[in-house]
Ligand binder design. Structure first.
Ligand SMILES: Cc1ncc(COP(=O)(O)O)c(C=O)c1O
Length: 410
């Protein structure tokens, strides 16, 4: 079975919440006129997430991608604006910027596989409006360093927490550092409702704008259609009550899931000890990371390739989804104000081109990196092999033995 940790612990709790909604008969997040059984699951999920993350506002959405779009719209980022985003991330971090008519500027990652703070300042131009650090593979970015750079240059920070729901940095949950942040409840994420997402912020104005963007411009928690009260043009990125029910049951399991992941990862790491020709990627907060994956960094790409072959996997460079070199939708294209258009827009100058191998440091690192699953079992992130959140000690030992054997054969 593939999937994220949340999908391995689906059970009675999710069933109970779902049944509650079905029995009540109101599937829309605001209830349905004439139906008394409205159960407020989306609103309850938002409340629970606020408490769990430690943040003032949450808007539940239909996906992480939709959440990123809300963040960008809330900040008013649009035509001609540049957003600095790492070249190792899921396409949505980049495409959400393009679809906001803004310009993604790709940045290098370091050996934490998150954006390298040392490489950010050289990318800042008069057009730069925001940095989008992505907490990749459950590992917090060096978020304090990023916040300092943003403050110095008066830039917004949008935290992409889609792969790190619940992780923390120096005792504070991710998503509470930047101006606004995006979360995903996709099936490969820490907790899941199949699809779904959330936006979080401490800023009242950003909350109102993000909410409006996700719900046709309406003010937060409307009841019915509030004509005359809509300030911005938005779209429909709402979460429904069925998704809300599962999300609610899952967020109540978040800390249990994180404890289990960290425990299993520690066990596997202890069994592996020091491997020949390999080390582990840098973790920016060992206690706070999600523990969804164990990433090995080999001394060379040749070692990484040979090792991967032995365990039936591939180095991150070839894992498909998450490396800019594999994003054919973006490569050899230009972004300006009409980024998604087949012709050039004369009103805006051509701004950026995206070329294979334009980020040599990132290429070098992802070429040597191999993911072992701990809780995210996903070929798409190169984690086709490893353990899952329910693996027994015996199963963990078997995986450790195979990894040791493969490393020893290099
Ligand atoms: C880093 C990152 N950002 C954004 C997204 C988009 O989330 P979703 O799939 O829920 O739209 C994902 C998930 O795939 C992701 O991994």
């Amino acid at each position: 079975m593939a999937g994220g940790p949340g999908s391995y612990v689906l059970g009675e709790e999710e069933k109970k919440e779902l049944l509650d909604v079905i029995e009540g008969g109101a599937l829309f997040r605001y209830g349905v006129p004439g139906i008394d059984g409205f159960k407020h699951k989306v609103a309850s999920f938002e409340e629970e997430m606020k408490k769990t993350i430690g943040i003032k506002h949450v808007v539940a959405t239909s996906s992480g991608t939709g959440s990123l779009l809300c963040c960008l719209a809330a900040l008013g980022i649009g035509a001609g604006d540049e957003v600095i985003v790492p070249g190792y991330t899921f396409i949505a971090s980049i495409s959400s910027v393009i679809l906001s008519n803004a310009i993604p500027v790709l940045a290098e990652v370091d050996d934490s596989l998150t954006i390298d703070p040392k490489k950010i300042e050289e990318l800042i131009t008069p057009q730069t409006r925001a940095i989008m650090p992505v907490h990749m593979l459950g590992n917090p970015c060096d978020i304090k360093a990023i916040m300092e750079i943003a403050k110095r240059h008066r830039l917004f920070v949008i935290e992409d927490c889609c792969q790190a729901f619940g992780a923390s940095y120096q005792g504070h949950r991710l998503g509470t550092f930047g101006d606004i942040s995006a979360f995903s409840l996709h099936v490969f994420k820490t907790i899941t409702a199949g699809d779904g997402g959330a936006v979080a912020t401490n800023d009242d104005m950003l909350y109102e704008r993000a909410f409006g963007f996700h719900d046709q411009g309406h003010k937060p928690s409307r009841m019915g259609v509030e004509v005359g009260n809509r300030s911005i043009v938005g779209m429909n990125l709402r979460m429904n009550e069925l998704t809300g029910a599962v999300s609610l049951a899952q967020i109540r399991k978040l800390d249990m899931i994180l404890d289990k992941l960290r425990e299993k990862k520690t066990k596997l790491k202890n069994m592996l000890g020091v491997l020949p020709h390999a080390s582990y990627r840098k973790i920016n907060d060992v206690k706070g990371e999600c523990g969804t994956l164990l990433t090995l960094l080999f001394d060379s790409s040749e070692y990484a390739e040979k090792f991967s072959e032995a365990i039936g996997s591939k180095p991150l460079a070839y894992s498909g989804w998450h490396v800019y070199n594999n994003m054919e939708q973006v490569l050899n294209k230009v972004t300006g104000a009409k980024a998604n258009c087949p012709y050039e827009c004369p009103r805006f100058p051509v701004k950026r081109e995206y070329k294979k191998h334009m980020l040599p440091q990132t290429d070098e690192i992802v070429g040597r990196a191999v993911n072992i699953s701990i809780g995210v079992v996903d070929k798409g992130v190169g984690a086709a092999y490893g353990i899952n959140i329910n693996s027994s000690d015996e199963e963990i030992k078997q995986v450790a033995d195979k990894i040791k054997e493969a490393a020893a054969s290099l």
